[in-house]
Design a protein around this ligand. Structure first.
Ligand code: HEM
Ligand code: SF4
Length: 524
């Protein structure tokens, strides 16, 4: 049994809350090394370098749903306890940094006052459940999954039957027509489909990235909205009881699904449900071919006269001040409702048509962009070396520089995705981006330099494939120039309406490496 399993056996992660409050009163030096790993059950994680005693705090935001009061509360906490910084994450959470243990009690209390929490935002439990950020308002959506998401969230959070899983467990639920929540890479991805003349839901299980990426597998069943809570519970209970608790590197659900394969896994789920699920005619759903799943920019809502505005945050990096301004703009020009997105951005909802011009200029004045360029829409970035103990490279600032240079250098009509990720763990989902940049260090002329290994051709939808490591490492400063060359080569050489992903799939690693020029270094 590994160390974390031993710790969890002695104490459930949910039982560490009283201790966290005690440590917050008594200070850093009093923290027991056996309790610290359990802090994650309350979204608290040590920040790099561990010796400095700072923490990151991940605020759980189911479906990304935020009110102006909540936005202002997060902004105030970021300012008072986190040096003004706030990061929107790829699971619609907001993460604070630079937090001292002494601040934690105040943070948890004030979040609770506004209906937010950090409970089970990290740890071996059911992480934040993600939903389409325009659920309930999107003209094209198949089903409004807002209420289902809240039910599933309420079922799992603080539920001791599911608070000690072998590893983290990620659920995405969506009625979005473009499946923007990426059911393909979640442990459970539930998505609406039009099949047999009705809107029903399909479920994929066992997806996940990290160093051994796997796409989830379709269970080949069709479920009613009312069945979703039970289905998620049944899948999580199979994982809890059958997942590998011996080796954390093999503990995720994806390994169990791979070992058992779908028929056996489904039979076990049905045994727990006590009923047989309805089979779909085809094992797999029709893929979504739309390349842009971001919901960025201004779009008409279902209700006449109302619009939503997808606002780019570029790598999710924002500040207390910016969140406050966003809250004010959301209230002034819309209903106040805002949602974080899984592309590290924010959407403001219910903007009256007559307010659009004022909102646009208000956003611009506050430093936001609601008509983002292709490159702003493309880029996401993981936490990286600034705060992450496992990082090899800087990410958020690299992403900002990359964007500035790329949007000037070239215009792309195909909506690619680019991820700047600080190590192979893939928190920035680089395996499923057209261009995945994975941080590394390379000795060049005797000097150690930060470089990025290039992965190309990743994506979901029409071509579900993980990016191929093409065998080059690019020094950070040269990323924009070399990527611009590759994109230019794509624009010249594409066949018909070929997407950038298809272009990468059609060319060999060597060809793609050559297109980026000889400035690159051969990878090990
Ligand atoms: C064994 C180590 C780790 C693995 C395998 C891992 C893997 C991942 C993966 C695959 C995601 C993608 C999320 C998704 O879309 O489902 C993710 C999210 C994330 N990871 Fe990690 N990670 C690790 C450690 C860390 C560390 C040390 C940090 C510290 C900075 C970190 C920060 C994040 C953040 C901020 C997210 C965004 C998602 C959220 O809000 O839950 N990860 N991680
Ligand atoms: S991908 Fe690596 S560097 Fe980036 S946040 Fe995850 S663990 Fe840290």
């Amino acid at each position: 049994m590994n160390r974390i399993e031993e710790i969890k056996k002695r104490k459930d992660g949910l039982d560490v809350l009283a201790d966290i409050y005690r440590y917050s009163r008594l200070g850093q030096k009093t923290i027991s090394p056996d309790d610290e790993p359990l802090f994650r059950w309350y979204g608290i994680y040590t920040q790099r370098p561990a010796e400095d005693g700072f923490f990151m705090v991940r605020i759980r935001i189911p479906g990304g749903d935020l009110t102006p009061v909540q936005l202002r509360a997060i902004a105030a906490l970021a300012d008072e306890h986190g040096r003004g910084l706030a990061d929107v994450t790829v699971r619609q959470n907001i993460q604070l940094h630079w937090v001292r243990i002494e601040s934690i009690a105040d943070i948890l209390d004030r979040l609770r006052e506004v209906g937010l929490s950090t409970t089970e935002a990290c740890g071996d439990c059911v992480r934040n459940i993600i939903n389409c950020p325009v659920s309930g308002v999107d003209e094209n959506e198949l089903y409004d999954t807002g209420a289902i998401l809240r039910q599933v969230n309420d079922f799992f959070v603080n539920n001791r039957d599911y608070s000690n899983l072998p590893r983290k467990f990620k659920i995405a639920i969506t009625g979005c027509a473009v499946r923007c929540v990426y059911p393909e890479i979640n442990d459970v991805g539930i998505f609406a489909v039009r099949e047999e003349g009705r809107t029903l839901f399909r479920a994929r299980v066992g997806g996940g990235l990290s160093t051994t990426p796997r796409f989830s597998k379709d269970l080949g069943v069709l479920v009613e909205p009312e069945e979703i809570v039970d289905l998620c519970g049944a899948v999580a209970s199979v994982f809890r009881d059958e997942g590998d608790r011996g080796n954390r590197r093999r503990a995720r659900l994806k390994f169990l699904v791979e070992k058992w394969e779908v028929p056996r896994f489904l039979a076990e789920v049905e045994a727990r449900l006590g009923r047989r699920l309805r089979r779909a005619r085809a094992l797999d759903a029709q893929p979504v071919v739309e390349r842009d799943r971001s919901h960025m920019g201004i779009h008409r809502q279902r209700e006449a006269g109302l619009y939503y505005a997808g606002v780019s945050m570029l790598g999710g990096r924002t500040s207390g001040e910016q969140l406050r301004r966003l809250a004010a703009l959301a209230e002034e020009h819309g209903s106040g409702r805002a949602r974080t997105t899984n592309t590290q951005n924010v959407v403001l909802l219910d903007i009256g048509e007559q307010n659009l011009a004022a909102l646009r200029s208000g956003l611009k004045a506050a430093g936001f962009d609601c008509d983002p360029s292709w490159s702003r829409k493309a880029i996401i970035a993981c936490t990286g070396i600034q705060f992450c103990k496992l990082a090899i490279a800087e990410t958020k600032n690299r992403a900002a520089v990359l964007n500035d240079r790329l949007e000037k250098a070239i215009d792309m009509d195909d909506q690619v995705r680019i991820s700047v990720t600080g190590c192979p763990n893939s928190c920035g989902q680089h395996h499923i981006c057209d261009v995945g940049l994975e941080g590394s260090v390379t000795t060049i002329d005797g000097i150690k330099r930060e470089t990025f290994q290039v992965f190309l051709g990743g994506g979901v939808g029409a071509h579900e494939s993980f990016g191929r490591r093409i065998g080059v490492r690019v020094p950070s400063e040269e990323l924009a120039e070399l990527l611009a060359r590759l994109f230019a080569r794509y624009k010249e050489g594409r066949i018909g309406l070929e997407t950038f992903q298809e272009f990468c799939l059609r060319h060999s690693d060597g060809e793609l490496a050559r297109y980026m020029t000889s400035l690159c270094l051969a990878a090990d």
